[in-house]
Design a protein around this ligand. Structure first.
Ligand SMILES: Cc1ncc(C[n+]2csc(CCOP(=O)(O)OP(=O)(O)O)c2C)c(N)n1
Ligand SMILES: [Mg+2]
Length: 364
């Protein structure tokens, strides 16, 4: 039987056909936006943090070439999502990032050298998650969605005013964990915001090979989670949407799912060759939608960003990069055997065997 029409509840959960935005790719304010433009001081801070984040990112990429970092998954192109969502958090909220989100970490205030410690090859995370309320940068896809729901639900049971924002990729939405997390977040009305950074690829696998839903945002609807489709290269739109979703969650309104359309400009990591699965035209089209360029143009047109302020922020970003270089150039005290030391109280036979194999390889 053909459906007779959507109920009011169904309509309230559905994303819009056109991604929500506040700034066009040329930095012009869009007409009749469905979101409120953030205050000028927020826009200025978004800009400043994107400049610093981008400089951090190019520095980290350079460190992989110098052998100082084992691997680095770049955030370049996705700064609006990472900076916009972090600035929308309150101090008492938690962030659950992935390996892609180093710029989100440094924006939250995690020490940049500590942020990169894991990627240097250390056995441990590098930072204390409790200091800035930032969970581990998860490499196993979508596991952080469950961590976020657990922490948010527990906080609510304890009567704490804490919202968890979890960052995940388009590929991670195909994992069972994401669906379990969405379902129980909805059932428990857990204060969680799921922010999907849809950059079009899971390594070399394009979206078309793993999703045929009208959008990833539509996936929330079946679980009863209100869902939003937004322009993920618009820093103002990301901030406004996440801020709103955090407010709803904090007020007891339950979870939201936000799909932010974006693009990673660099390869998946320094170990990947993106020219094998995407055309340079595609990259050029997304460079034309650059989040930094967009907010810079907008602030410039409003007379809020003059040359003196730009120069000052660029100098601040250079100092930040110098700090990263200095910290990363110090010889790390890494003992490969530590990788096996803290997995179980009593190492398993398989782990002992692997540790012995590595020790043998290193000594030969
Ligand atoms: C459970 C699990 N399966 C497979 C992998 C291998 N893997 C690492 S990154 C990645 C692609 C993830 O794509 P996406 O979620 O879109 O994030 P992006 O890298 O684009 O930010 C895969 C399959 C993994 N890390 N974890
Ligand atoms: Mg992806």
């Amino acid at each position: 039987m053909a459906p007779t029409g959507l109920s009011a509840r169904e309509r309230s959960l559905l994303p819009t056909d056109v991604p929500l935005s506040l700034l066009s790719k040329r930095g012009e304010p869009v007409a009749d936006p469905a979101l409120a433009m953030p205050a000028d001081e927020v826009l200025l801070e978004l800009h400043r943090r994107i400049v610093i984040g981008r400089r951090f990112d190019t520095q980290a990429t350079a460190l992989t070439r110098q052998g100082r970092l084992a691997v680095y998954p770049s955030s370049r192109g996705q700064e609006a999502c990472q900076v916009g969502s972090v600035l929308a958090l309150r101090e008492q909220d938690w962030l659950f990032p992935t390996y892609r989100d180093s710029v989100a970490l440094v924006t939250r205030g995690v020490d940049p050298v500590e942020t990169l410690t894991l990627l240097q090859g250390s056995w441990h995370l590098g930072y204390d998650p409790y200091v800035h309320r930032v969970g581990p940068q998860c490499t196993p896809l979508a596991t952080n969605t469950l961590h976020a729901v657990g922490v948010a639900h527990a906080a609510r049971l304890k009567g704490e005013d804490t919202v968890a924002v979890v960052l995940l990729g388009d590929g991670a939405t195909s994992e069972g964990d994401t669906h379990e997390a969405l379902n129980f977040a909805a059932v428990w009305k857990a204060p969680v915001v799921f922010l999907v950074q849809n950059n079009g690829y899971a390594i070399s696998v394009p979206m078309s090979k793993q999703n045929v839903a009208p959008s990833l945002a539509h996936k929330g609807v079946g679980y009863g989670v209100p869902s939003y489709l937004i322009d993920g290269n618009d820093p103002a739109a990301v901030y406004a949407t996440v801020r709103e979703a955090v407010g709803v969650a904090a007020a007891g309104g339950g979870p939201s799912l936000i799909e932010a359309l974006t693009y990673r400009i660099e390869a998946h990591t320094n170990a990947d060759d993106a020219t094998r699965y995407r055309e340079s035209d595609e990259v050029a089209a997304w460079l034309d939608r650059d989040p930094l360029d967009r907010i810079e143009r907008y602030l410039g047109s409003r007379g809020l960003l003059d040359e003196a302020r730009r120069t000052e922020i660029l100098a601040e970003a250079e100092d930040f990069a110098a700090l990263v270089r200095e910290g990363m150039n110090a010889e790390p005290e890494l003992d490969p055997a530590d990788l096996f030391a803290h997995v179980y109280a009593q190492p398993t036979a398989a782990l002992r065997e692997q540790a012995a194999l590595l020790a043998e390889e290193l000594s030969s």
